[in-house]
Design a protein around this ligand. Structure first.
Ligand SMILES: Cc1cc2nc3c(=O)[nH]c(=O)nc-3n(C[C@H](O)[C@H](O)[C@H](O)COP(=O)(O)O)c2cc1C
Length: 453
């Protein structure tokens, strides 16, 4: 057994041309515009598997541009966007080990159909599926689903709680372990006495049905979460097995990590039941100077206006409408508090609106940013892990697949040489990869487990 804590790696990605640095889609080497080609994704996941990544993580949203439409479509600001889930079974066929985490929002899905899709993918990937649960707040998404306006922040998390509760019952309780025998000689596929209807009459969802699918290897997909508001962290501490956090400093990140682990204990879980990931934007080259030049070259493509539009899309706040000299601390968002609190409660001092604009235009939604040699990047990764207690990183793109190819070629061998990262895949399912061999199903202390038997 390696004596150093092994780090976990994911790639943060999306089925749309632009992500993280708006405008960079236009860089001549960036192939992200090929997001609609299956071959593009096949090449990417095979590259990730070469780099022994744990998973590829697909962000997703039903929001569409409802402000500055001309800019949004011209610069491909999170639009057009394809459904990431539809690529997954093909990508599973092109890989053996890489896992897939896909975002789906309880704000818009229905538990029955949603559970069917995830169980189907858990079967087809042989347990390589995770679900990123988001409490999405886009008003444009609400309108697309025939609702006048989005629910409040509190109500969305309440709705997500209810959604998870029904989903757990479908995944864990509807079909007993012995329900399926597939005995051809006796002409007996499954035993109706061991398959149970789930009846639910809640505030947001109503359903009476047995789960459509027979149990898959993990039953419940590995639960991920990415909202870091007070409410979001409590939700994550109760349900999530993987959490995606971002913070401006190690001190701020450690505070969030400690808070989540303490909350997990209050929910009857173990602190190590949750793997915590930070976003990581890494530009690697043979010398620090070359890496910094590469970063400056990429940054030159960034569109400030498009960046500010993404801030609006995620928070409902148009920063350009605010007084640039006013302090930012009283600003609140019903949509995504993670992205306002980053500049309020997690900031080291009070910022003006102008400072927020400048910082956001440079970093957008990126996590830790490093440009340097492989050794420098590995040093930083080690120190963030040691000093904050996180378990791994979600790599963020600049150009595709270049950012990933450089990381796999230069940083991965450095991490392996330090004994920090796997050299071979050892486990089959995503849950085992995160928590250890044999741990294919949710542990007894998870809230879903109470529905078993
Ligand atoms: C790193 C990160 C990634 C996210 N990815 C998505 C996403 O793909 N789709 C989405 O609708 N929301 C996404 N969100 C939004 C949150 O998951 C969350 O639902 C929203 O921000 C509201 O919760 P909050 O106020 O706790 O942040 C993301 C947030 C963060 C911090």
């Amino acid at each position: 057994m390696p004596d150093k804590k092994q780090l976990h790696l994911g790639l943060f990605d999306i089925h749309t041309p632009n992500q993280m640095t708006q405008g960079l889609w236009a860089h001549p080497d960036n192939q992200s515009y090929r997001y609609k080609e299956l071959q593009y994704w096949i090449e990417l996941v095979q590259l990730l598997e070469k780099g022994k990544f744990d998973f590829i993580f697909f962000a997703d949203s039903y929001g569409y541009p409802d402000l500055q439409r001309e800019l949004a479509y011209r610069e491909a600001v999170y639009t057009p966007s394809n459904d990431p889930m539809l690529a997954i079974s093909a990508l599973a066929a092109a890989t053996k080990h890489l896992a897939f985490v896909s975002t789906a929002s309880p704000t818009y899905e229905q538990p029955f159909a949603h559970a069917r899709r995830f169980t189907t993918l858990d079967h087809l990937t042989n347990g390589r599926i995770g679900w990123n649960v988001v409490a999405t707040g886009a008003a444009s998404g609400a309108k697309a689903f025939g609702r006048e306006e989005a629910l409040s922040h509190e109500d969305r998390y309440e709705q997500a709680e209810e959604f998870l509760d029904v989903s757990y019952r479908l995944f864990e309780a509807s079909w007993e372990n012995e329900a399926v025998t597939v005995n051809k000689a006796k002409r007996f596929y499954a035993d109706a006495a061991k398959i149970h209807e789930i009846q639910h009459h809640g505030k947001y969802f109503k359903m009476t049905a047995a789960h459509a699918c027979e149990p898959s290897v993990q039953r419940t997909p590995v639960i991920f979460q990415a909202g870091s508001s007070e409410r979001g962290r409590d939700f994550a501490a109760k349900h999530a097995e993987g959490i995606f956090l971002k913070a401006p400093t190690k001190v701020a990140l450690k505070k969030q990590v400690d808070d989540i682990r303490a909350r997990a204990i209050k929910h009857g879980r173990q602190p190590e039941d949750i793997k915590i990931f930070s976003g990581l934007s890494a530009i690697v080259a043979d010398t620090e100077q070359a890496a910094k030049e590469k970063l400056a070259h990429y940054q030159a493509y960034s569109s400030r206006d498009a960046a500010l539009l993404t801030y609006y899309s995620s928070t409902g706040i148009d920063l350009k409408e605010l007084d640039p000299n006013a302090p930012f601390q009283a600003v609140n968002s019903e949509k995504g508090k993670s992205h306002t609190e980053r500049y309020t409660r997690h900031a080291e001092h009070v910022l003006t609106v102008q400072q927020v604009i400048d910082d956001f235009a440079a970093k957008e939604f990126r996590g830790i940013r490093i440009a340097g040699t492989a050794q420098q990047i590995a040093d930083e990764m080690e120190s963030w892990m040691l000093e904050t207690g996180i378990d791994g990183f979600n790599l963020e793109r600049y150009i595709m697949p270049g950012t990933v190819a450089d990381f796999v070629e230069l940083v991965v061998p450095e991490l392996q040489a330090r004994g920090l990262y796997r050299t071979e895949y050892a486990e089959q399912t995503l849950r085992e990869r995160l928590f250890g061999k044999g741990k294919t199903r949710l542990p007894e202390q998870h809230p879903a487990a109470r529905y078993r038997n």
